[in-house]
Ligand binder design. Structure first.
Ligand code: SF4
Ligand code: SF4
Length: 107
């Protein structure tokens, strides 16, 4: 039997909860992301962190006509896929703390 879940299902079953203002993924250099987005979009492809995130955390924000990397961290299920697929090694997912993060038992 093949069992698969949509991204929305994955986020639902993860039951994530975070403290206000959580910032558990470090983006080391915003300019690196701008260049990365430009490169991938120039090739007609989706930026890796946006394409491969399990929970649609990563997004492209247009700020002052510049396409920049943004994140909705409250959805994160801590799979660390984004860290591995980032071609510039520009992300670090830090461990959950103080009881925050996904409900691993329910996942
Ligand atoms: S894949 Fe990495 S470098 Fe590219 S936009 Fe995402 S975080 Fe930035
Ligand atoms: S660890 Fe990264 S890829 Fe996984 S859900 Fe969180 S933001 Fe998305």
């Amino acid at each position: 039997m093949r069992l698969s879940y949509s991204r929305a299902d994955a986020v639902f079953y993860a039951s994530t909860k975070y403290h206000e203002g959580n910032n558990h993924i470090d983006e080391f250099n915003a300019d690196t992301c701008v260049a990365c987005i430009k490169t991938y979009e120039g090739l007609g492809k989706t930026t890796p962190c946006v394409a491969d995130c399990t929970a649609e955390v990563h997004r492209i924000d247009v700020i002052d006509d510049v396409r920049r990397h943004g994140m909705s961290l409250e959805n994160c299920v801590h799979c660390r896929t984004c860290e591995y697929v980032c071609p510039q090694v520009n992300l670090k997912v830090r461990p959950t703390a103080q009881g925050s993060g996904p409900d691993f038992m329910g996942l």
